[in-house]
Write a protein that binds this ligand. Structure first.
Ligand code: SAM
Length: 237
C-alpha cells in the first residue's frame, strides 16, 4: 500500500514513550473509554465489526472486544513499533483481530476493506491529519459504516485561544507529574520538547462536529470534553 512521508510515531522511542508513560496518564482516560462504551451500548448494542483507526497498541479495541465477545476488530496504524505492541497486547484476542499496516492519509478503502463496520473508533490519531484529510476521512468513515453504525473519536482538539491552550498545557503537566511522580520541571521540559508535538494539527471540536453533521451523521455531538481532550462522533442514519 502507499506509504507517505514518515511521522514521529514511526520512531520506536516516541511510540514506546507514549505507550509506557503517557497513555495511562491521559487525564480522564478511563472516563473517555466509559463514555465510548456507554454510547456503543446505547446506539449499537451488539457490534460485530469494529474498526480502530490509529490503534496504537489497540487500547480502544481491547476495551471493546472485552465488552463484546461476539465482535471482531480491524486495527490500523502506520507505525511498525505500535503494530508490534498491538500484536503482543492483542494476543489473547488474536482470533478476532486483524492488525493492519495502513496510513490514514490515503483512502480507507486501500487498507480497511469495503465490508461495512458497525463501529468505527479512533483515539488521539486523526488530529495528525491535515484538516481537509480529516474531513474526507470522516466522509469515508460514514460511507464504510452500516446503517445505524456509530463513529466515536476520542481526540485532542484545539483550545479556543492561546491563553486557554497554555492553561491546558499547565494542568496536563501537573497531571503527568503527579501521575508519574516525576519532577514537574522535568515533565514540563519533556512535554514541550516532545518529538510528536510538531505532528499535531488541532481543530476545535465544534468545527469537527459540524463537519460530521454536514456529512450526514445524526446525534453528532461532543459528548465529553476536558480542555483539549474530547469525545465526539455521530451515528449513520
Ligand atoms: C497518540 S497515539 C494513540 C494510540 C491509540 N489510539 C490510543 O488511543 O492509545 C496516535 C496513534 O496514531 C497513529 N497515527 C498517526 N498518524 C497516522 C497515520 N497517518 N496513519 C495511521 N496511523 C497514524 C500513530 O502511529 C499512533 O499509534
Amino acid at each position: 500500500m502507499t506509504e507517505k512521508k514518515s511521522s514521529s510515531w514511526q520512531d520506536p522511542v516516541v511510540a514506546l514513550k507514549f505507550l509506557d508513560e503517557r497513555r495511562g496518564a491521559i487525564p480522564f482516560g478511563p472516563e473517555q473509554v466509559g463514555v465510548m462504551l456507554r454510547l456503543v451500548r446505547h446506539f449499537r448494542p451488539e457490534p460485530r465489526h469494529i474498526l480502530d483507526l490509529g490503534c496504537g497498541d489497540g487500547f480502544l479495541a481491547r476495551a471493546l472486544l472485552a465488552e463484546y465477545p461476539q465482535a471482531s476488530a480491524v486495527l490500523v496504524d502506520h507505525s511498525e513499533p505500535m503494530l508490534e505492541r498491538a500484536r503482543l497486547a492483542m494476543a489473547t484476542d488474536a482470533d478476532r483481530c486483524e492488525i493492519v499496516h495502513g496510513d490514514l492519509r490515503v483512502p480507507l478503502a486501500e487498507f480497511a476493506g469495503r465490508a461495512h463496520a458497525d463501529l468505527v473508533v479512533s483515539g488521539f490519531a486523526i488530529h495528525h491529519l491535515p484538516h481537509a484529510r480529516k474531513y474526507s476521512l470522516y466522509a469515508e468513515i460514514f460511507d464504510l459504516l452500516a446503517a445505524g453504525g456509530l463513529f466515536i473519536n476520542i481526540e485532542h482538539v484545539a483550545s479556543v485561544s492561546s491563553e486557554v491552550e497554555a492553561l491546558y498545557d499547565a494542568v496536563y503537566i501537573d497531571h503527568i507529574s503527579s501521575w508519574t511522580g516525576k519532577d514537574r520541571a522535568l515533565v514540563d521540559a519533556e512535554y514541550h520538547g516532545r518529538a510528536d508535538k510538531a505532528d499535531n494539527i488541532l481543530e476545535p471540536v465544534n468545527v469537527q462536529v459540524d463537519w460530521l453533521r454536514k456529512i450526514g451523521f445524526v446525534h453528532a455531538d461532543c459528548y465529553f470534553k476536558w480542555f483539549e481532550l474530547a469525545v465526539f462522533g455521530g451515528v449513520k442514519p
